[in-house]
Design a protein around this ligand. Structure first.
Ligand code: PGA
Length: 255
């Protein structure tokens, strides 16, 4: 089954509204028409309405970087799924390693958020990935299996069709150390195999698994040539129009 590539930018805590507008205006004019692939940007919450104003109708999608597991109420500082929908978000990144390591998010919490996102019609981009210490201790497969099951398990099988997984080895995030295409492929193939046990082989075959961790214009083509890599979740390089445009325009053919 051909999986449609998804090229996503995770801006993290960067860009004022004016900076965000400048960036998405460049992306929009360079990337149109977006046909054989999907392009997504995840700006900070404050820039979402402005970004929506530029991108609406363009085919380039926008999403949140995080979301509350609660629907509404006394949760100071939180943003709900309905609020993301309200500004036109189609996707939300959940369980990013920075949320896990710096803000204590657990698989249990990520699982709750995933269910809420799916219930509300948002596409969750659920992140998993091992730390350097875990990799060096040969615990990579255990960690990935635990995170995948913990974050995605027990969801209504009718609702998981749209869900996206992002494999982001923590040691490759923002470090300039990309996993080699072979290392990434090995992890993606493992995750797809594990996904079969969760919601069946047909779902696993159609599941998009993005790679994230120091994706750059000069490594994207090699990464995207791997059989089980269906897109990228790009941090640093998504902040520069030129770099993200080149990444979104990856080529699989040739060498
Ligand atoms: P990076 O970040 O591309 O800057 O390594 C990726 C991510 O954290 O999603």
């Amino acid at each position: 089954m051909a999986r449609r590539p998804l090229m996503a930018g995770n801006w993290k805590m960067n860009k004022t509204v004016a900076e965000a507008l400048a960036l998405v205006s460049q992306l929009k004019s360079a990337l149109l028409p977006v046909t054989d692939r999907e392009v997504l940007v995840c700006p900070p919450f404050t820039a979402l309405p402005a970004v929506a104003g530029i991108l609406r109708g363009s085919g380039v999608m926008w999403g949140g970087q995080n979301m509350s597991e609660q629907a509404s109420g006394a949760y100071t500082g939180e943003i709900s799924a309905a609020m993301l929908k309200d500004v036109g978000c189609t996707h939300v990144i959940l369980g990013h390693s920075e949320r896990r390591s710096l803000y204590g998010e657990t698989d249990v919490l990520v699982n709750k958020k995933t269910r809420v996102a799916l219930d509300q019609g948002l596409v969750p981009v659920v992140c998993v990935g091992e730390t350097l210490q875990e990799r060096e201790a040969s615990r990579t497969w255990d960690v990935l299996k635990t995170q995948l099951r913990g974050s995605l398990g027990g969801v209504d099988p009718q609702k998981v069709a749209t869900l996206v997984v992002a494999y982001e080895p923590v040691w490759a995030i923002g470090t300039g150390k990309t996993a080699s295409p072979q290392q990434a492929q090995e992890a993606h193939a493992f995750l797809r195999q594990e996904a079969k046990a969760l919601y069946g082989p047909a779902w696993a075959e159609g599941l998009r698994i993005l790679y994230g961790g120091s994706v750059k214009p000069d490594n994207i083509d090699d990464l995207m040539r791997q059989a089980d890599i269906d897109g990228a979740l790009v941090g640093g390089a998504s902040l520069k129009a030129e770099d993200f445009i080149r990444i979104a325009r990856f080529q699989r053919a040739g060498s």
